[in-house]
Design a protein around this ligand. Structure first.
Ligand code: ADP
Length: 402
């Protein structure tokens, strides 16, 4: 049996327990109401007897005393003068519990004749409260207890569900990562062997090309490991930022140049950097922007892509936007893509578009930006464009003075 089934079993047990508890509570409430009816009737009888023996005593005080003695001190009543007729309930007609219980439960006592065709009865004003009394608190307490139990179980089920999902994702991630590392490693190995064999010694151009490819592949591996490392540092709260004013134009220029040279499809870059500096850790910012540009290229149409990198200063933040005219992101996925290992794969797999990745890029961007005290936003229309915005707080004056 797996973890979720155990929880389900607990839930079923809790429901059964609740059912029996309900039965028990209703039985005990019934017993309580019988007891109250009996006590009220007996108190009225005793008050009647004492009053008959000494008519100078007040019947209401006597009844109150008797109720107190029966531990029904909270019960409130009012005495009513009623006319005697054939429908009047007198003491002589009440012998058994079944005779007086309905009367008491309706909030009345029998009528004590006072002469002149009249009588006196007590109207019980808060009988229900007295009947339920402390029982109600027990019942409510039990219900709250079971509610909390249910909530606890529900939370546990969702935590386990999330853990299972994460474990599955980690498994997929490890597989994908090893798979993705395999090809650059193979390229490195083959390239090194070729260079070592001396076959390219008399072909300097080819040799140079080989070195270039090897450097690129090694760089790819390094980026990957750095990304995983930064994420674990972030999770462990050990990421230390080296904050400074970063010049945006040269940084963006370097990135666009790198992507232009390695892009496998036509790519046009536009820049509109109205804010020229931003207060950030240069290396992490570069990596975050590189992720966004990389995605803009990866998730674009085969015929090419136009990427705009823009910046502006607004409300104490520097906003850096990376916009593409690629495949876009469905609205339902726009909230989830920042999660670890979250990916949205194109539906038209038939076209053979398998885009490599681990679902770590945006999570990296979000975490790094948050560490700077900023935030990330996304706006997209499927089939038309995606725009990611990194917003970083401007340097505060007191920081500038330090
Ligand atoms: P990866 O690219 O490794 O899948 P990311 O975290 O970088 O992981 O991105 C998560 C998902 O967000 C991607 O799988 C993709 O579906 C979607 N996505 C990210 N950037 C874009 C973009 N510019 N255009 C369309 N989809 C995008």
């Amino acid at each position: 049996m797996n973890k979720s089934n155990y929880i389900l079993l607990t839930l079923v047990a809790a429901v059964i327990a609740l059912f029996f508890l309900g039965r028990w509570t209703s039985m005990s409430l019934e017993l309580r109401s019988e007891q109250v009816a009996r006590h009220v009737h007996e108190a009225w009888c005793r008050a009647d007897d004492v009053h008959a023996a000494d008519t100078t005593l007040r019947i209401d005080s006597l009844f109150r005393e008797e109720l107190k003695a029966a531990d029904l001190r909270r019960l409130r009543f009012r005495l009513n003068i009623v006319g005697l007729d054939s429908a009047t309930t007198l003491r002589s007609t009440l012998h058994y519990y079944a005779d007086y219980a309905p009367l008491v439960k309706a909030g009345r006592t029998y009528v004590i004749p006072t002469g002149d065709g009249q009588g006196i009865e007590a109207r019980l004003l808060n009988l229900r409260a007295e009947t339920l009394g402390s029982q109600l608190y027990y019942l409510l307490g039990t219900l709250v207890g079971f509610g909390l139990l249910g909530l606890g179980i529900f939370t546990q089920v969702s935590i386990i569900h999330r853990q299972d999902k994460l474990a599955q994702m980690r498994e997929d991630f490890s597989y994908a990562m090893i798979h993705d590392m395999k090809s650059p490693l193979t390229t490195l190995l083959i390239g090194l062997r070729t260079l070592r064999s001396g076959r390219l010694d008399d072909k300097p151009e080819k040799k140079e090309k080989h070195f270039e490819v090897l450097e690129q592949e090694a760089g790819h591996l390094l980026t990957l490991t750095n990304r995983v490392l930064t994420l674990s540092k972030l999770e462990a709260g050990r990421l230390i930022l080296d904050l400074d004013e970063v010049e945006l134009p040269p940084l963006v220029e370097e990135l666009t140049h790198t992507f232009e040279t390695k892009a496998a499809k036509p790519v046009t870059f536009r820049t509109d950097l109205q804010a020229e500096t931003v207060y950030a850790d240069k290396e992490y910012l570069k990596e975050a922007l590189s992720n966004l540009i990389d995605n803009a290229l990866k998730y674009s149409k085969p015929e090419g892509v136009e990427v705009t990198v823009a910046s502006c200063r607004e409300n104490g933040y520097v906003h850096i936007r990376v916009r593409d005219n690629g495949i876009g992101i469905p609205l339902s996925a726009q909230r989830t893509i920042f999660g670890k290992f979250e990916r949205v794969l194109p539906k038209d797999k038939g076209e053979g578009q398998k885009v490599s990745g681990f679902g770590l890029g945006l999570n990296y961007v979000m975490n790094v930006v948050r560490e700077h005290g900023g935030y990330v936003g996304v706006e997209s229309v499927p089939g038309r464009y995606s725009e990611f915005t990194i917003s970083l707080p401007e340097r505060k004056e007191e920081e500038e003075r330090v």
